[in-house]
Design a protein around this ligand. Structure first.
Ligand code: SF4
Length: 92
């Protein structure tokens, strides 16, 4: 099996570094930062959370719909899967 195909079938979106939380006024949803150019290009690391207004500013309403439609908690990873870094050290 090809390595990239193995990654895809053995991982879920929640294990991907593009998997983010989108905070809205009244609720939070999961989203895929791979649809946001500045993060898709790996120029900037996708944060764990983004405000919905920041996503709207970056990609507009149609882009927001794509970001929100991307992942699900148990979705099989797509071809853009990149593993999340495991050590989330907190500095004080
Ligand atoms: S849809 Fe693909 S790129 Fe987006 S979070 Fe899931 S695996 Fe990652």
């Amino acid at each position: 099996m090809l390595p990239e195909l193995r990654d895809r079938v053995s991982h879920i979106c929640a294990q991907c570094k593009f998997y983010i939380i989108i905070d809205g006024k009244t609720e939070s949803k999961t989203g895929c930062a791979a649809f946001i150019p500045q993060y898709a290009s790996l120029a900037r690391r996708a944060p764990e959370k983004l405000e919905v207004t920041d996503v709207l500013r970056a990609v507009g309403r149609e882009g927001l719909a794509m970001v929100l439609a991307g992942p699900g908690n148990h979705s099989q990873a797509c071809g853009q899967f990149h593993p999340k870094r495991k050590n989330n050290k907190k500095s004080n």
